[in-house]
Write a protein that binds this ligand. Structure first.
Ligand code: G
Ligand code: G
Ligand code: NA
Length: 254
């Protein structure tokens, strides 16, 4: 309860901030987007990561409010970058709970309407499998409604969730994000390499794009390219950074 109150106050005082981590095509060198990652700039505790405050609000309406703040801030950021002549799609994380909340698509439509100059194509929603998706049919319908608004979806942390394969089959996400736990050891653990290979093949069969997360070394990048996985995100490319650092980074990184 105390923590809920703290987070409520932080939201009211505008203490949350989005960092952005670039996602690139390793083959072409293009920056294909940036993932928005929330942090709390706490006057007392410094920069606090999402794992230290999101779990506390997971089942509270506050998570819905904060989720809307994230989408709205991301749209504002896309607009700012557009004004600088940069077209950088932004992906935001949404929990399965958020996606299953009442009127999600309607509220998304309202947020998009507040930024008429921003193309909904520039917004991607990464669905986190942190909780079980109860009704796949209902979620799939919600996603289709959002897709009609112009946004796209990614399946986040793919392979670690409760039912990744049914999600791949039943949910209209056009991007699969291979979980970083499989990438981390793929060069030393043959089992992880087989999983990465299989997810790449699976994505191709289902005609979805695939991106590797947690790419920490050049060797990982090279191996992924050999497997046919061109899209990547990770410390080897860039750490999450402040929005103001993205324009310079995107023109100078390669
Ligand atoms: O940025 P960092 O490594 O600390 O993120 C840790 C976890 O928090 C990641 O799994 C990420 O998906 C999640 N996360 C980051 N930002 C958001 C957000 O805005 N909303 C939600 N629901 N999860 C987020
Ligand atoms: O679960 P999700 O995919 O949203 O996770 C994103 C989180 O992973 C962020 O907190 C980000 O800071 C972290 N992250 C991004 N790139 C790397 C990486 O190369 N290595 C590690 N260990 N963490 C990463
Ligand atoms: Na994510």
């Amino acid at each position: 309860h105390e923590k809920l109150e703290l987070i409520r106050m932080a939201l009211d005082k505008n203490e949350f901030i989005l960092y952005y981590q670039p996602k690139v095509n390793m083959k072409t060198g293009a920056i294909i987007g940036a993932e928005a990652l929330i942090r709390w700039q706490s006057p007392g505790r410094g920069l606090v990561g999402p794992n230290d405050f999101l779990p506390a609000i997971e089942n509270n309406v506050l998570s819905i409010e904060l989720g809307e703040w994230v989408i709205s801030s991301a749209l504002k950021q896309i607009k700012l970058w557009n004004n600088l002549g940069l077209d950088i799609p932004v992906s935001v994380n949404i929990s399965a709970i958020q996606l299953q909340s009442k009127d999600f698509a309607t509220r998304l439509a309202h947020l998009l309407a507040e930024f008429p100059e921003v193309s909904p194509r520039s917004l991607e929603l990464e669905v986190l499998e942190t909780s079980e998706i109860g009704d796949l049919l209902q979620v799939s319908e919600t996603m289709h409604t959002c897709i009609e608004l112009g946004v796209t979806f990614a399946l986040d942390d793919f392979g670690t969730g409760y039912s990744s394969l049914s999600h791949l089959r039943r949910l209209p996400a056009n991007l699969i994000k291979i979980d970083q736990s499989f990438i981390r050891d793929m060069l030393i653990d043959p089992n992880d390499l087989v999983i990465v290979e299989s997810v790449v093949a699976l994505s191709r069969s289902f005609k979805r794009d695939v991106i590797a997360e947690g790419v920490e070394t050049i060797a990982h990048g090279t191996a992924l390219l050999e497997l046919g996985c061109e899209l990547a995100q990770g410390y080897a490319i860039a750490r999450p950074m402040m929005a103001t650092d993205i324009p310079d980074w995107s023109t100078n990184w390669h």
